[in-house]
Design a binder for this molecule. Sequence first.
Ligand SMILES: [Zn+2]
Length: 412
Amino acid sequence: MKYSQMLGRTTKNASADNASINGQLLTRAGFISKQISGVYNYLPLGLKTLNKITQIVRQEMDRAGAQEVLMPAMTGLESWTITNRQNMDVLFHLEGRDDSHLVLNPTHEEVVTPLVQQTVLSYRDLPKAVFQIQNKFRNEPRAKSGLLRGREFLMKDLYSFHQDQADLDAYYEKMKQVYFKVYERLGLKDVTLLTFASGGAFSKYSHEFQLLSEVGEDTIFVCENCKIAINKEIIADQSICPECGNTNLVSKQAIEVGNIFKLGTRFSEAFNFHYTSENGEAKLIIMGCYGIGISRLMGTIVEIFHDDKGIIWPDQIAPFSVHLISLPGGEEKAEQLYRQLQDLQIEVLWDDRKESAGTKFADADLIGIPTRLVISARTGENVEYKRRNEETSEVISTEEAINRIKTHVSKL
Ligand SMILES: [Zn+2]
């Protein structure tokens, strides 16, 4: 992609969204543009990154045997009345022209439970797990944290259906590991903490995946021995580490980017969802649900990986692998390298504008692509190579630069 042709440019003015680092940097770097409070446009750079996060999440859900579906964003209020959640404060309400009362779904138990009920009749149809990656809606009173707390946001939500508690328990443990794999692939392994949260009526605990960040809205209590945490809701009842008994828990701020929850029969009871067991009895389905906030993850990654110059994307989800800058006298060689990288399927953003070196370097730092290559009259047959997260640049051969880039790209 040539930067001169791209929709969405860097700007010094992020006044439209200055209440959070992620909102500011993503706006200034040209990734997103605010529509209204808590609702964003994703520009080409932003959508590339969002799609990469989505793809990692999708691959891991597929690998875990879950089946992807796409459910409607909108449904009738009746479904929410069946589960007695019609008064939930975050529901957006709409009126159809036929006087029907509609809602925008903030979660999909009300849709997925009767959907799966249509085809799951006996124990032979179980277990089942379905997921979707879709926009959700929450009528938030204060949507001002960039992508961290949106009124419209992208989520992966997965629902599992089981014959008995033991089968749910086993699947739940499996999903915990799948979630760790997702965060590891996103470059977040070292900052992800499994956090114990209250479990509701059917389980002692549920679990959140929290990323440590000073701007996080959640307070968690970390056991430094086990690298797990307890959330604020349950610390009053549970002031010791559930794994090792440590009482010296450290309070930290964090951002929740995933949660897994045993729903038990909460929704199968409401929808009267039974299956026929092996010995012919009608039994209630046991359910679990598993969420990952995909757009929130994008905002969180910016909160964690940035410096005073801009964003520092992990290789795995950067919109491009290479930010190529041509300076006067280097245009022709830059074009050759641009083609060469494209032929090698290495994603490259070429800043081909007639701007000063200072402007181009500042924009590269703000956008945060992992590898910067500069070609000028002075670099000759070589290229200046610099990683975004390192201070120094080196002049090396084009061949060597490509080899180094390949080692980073191949980590995907
Ligand atoms: Zn512990």
